[in-house]
Design a protein around this ligand. Sequence first.
Ligand SMILES: O=C(O)c1ccccc1NCC(=O)[C@H](O)[C@H](O)COP(=O)(O)O
Length: 266
Amino acid sequence: MHSVINNIIQSTEQRISQIKEEEEAKKNEYIDTDKRDIVSKINEKKSQNKVAVIAEVKPASPGKKLRDINPEDAAFIASEMERAGAVAISALTEPQFFHGSIGNLEAVRKKVMLPVLRKDFIINKLQFEEVRSDLILLIAGILEDHLEEMVDIAIEKGFEPLVEVHNENELEKALKTKARIIGINNRNLSTLEIDLDTTLKLIPVIKEFDRINGSHHIIISESGMHNADDIRKVIDAGADAVLVGTSIIKSGEIYAKTRELVNALD
Ligand SMILES: O=C(O)c1ccccc1NCC(=O)[C@H](O)[C@H](O)COP(=O)(O)O
């Protein structure tokens, strides 16, 4: 793993020890009956020949600030993304390296009707108690042998797990879990290099698994997409949806850029 990722994990462990007591006390405090289903949103968008875009409220990448985003800004940005036709919003909650916050996620989920993905480094089940979201990211390369257990707990807690993979080994583990949504991250977490061919390489493995097992996974291509050509490349290869952060936030034109990606097949 890249040293940046190791630093993120270390700081996440510190966060967990800080939240422990507080979150234990809060356990079961919220009963959320507001179910927002991303799968039906994706299918609806595909039936319109539009691209299912999960648009990310992303204040920064490690070492690279994109935009100051407080909860009020996060809510506004998300509503522009919704207006432009995104199928879901991804909200970063990791504070130190991505400048995200729980407050941003809460403000987004209050403002929009779309499903909201919590984007963070989830390594401990206590983190499930921190905040309600519709989907939660579980990274196979980080959770390793704990992946299956964390998927089960996420489902039990009412989250839709999005299991992120980057190679065949991680994918094999992901396909053994109950997750119905697989995110193929084009960003290698060991080198931080991006290669869209990662999606093209792994999709056939998922399709073949589904053919043999009579299952159906939703496939999301994540990271490193900047324009309609990038989007078409992964959609033509069989991705059901794309997850885009940097290029939307950096454009400064949240509505127009999201719309451009949603309409990439026109
Ligand atoms: O964004 C990064 O630079 C990054 C570095 C290390 C680990 C994870 C990272 N990103 C998390 C993400 O999954 C992306 O924010 C998401 O896929 C959107 O990617 P992009 O469109 O390239 O911002």
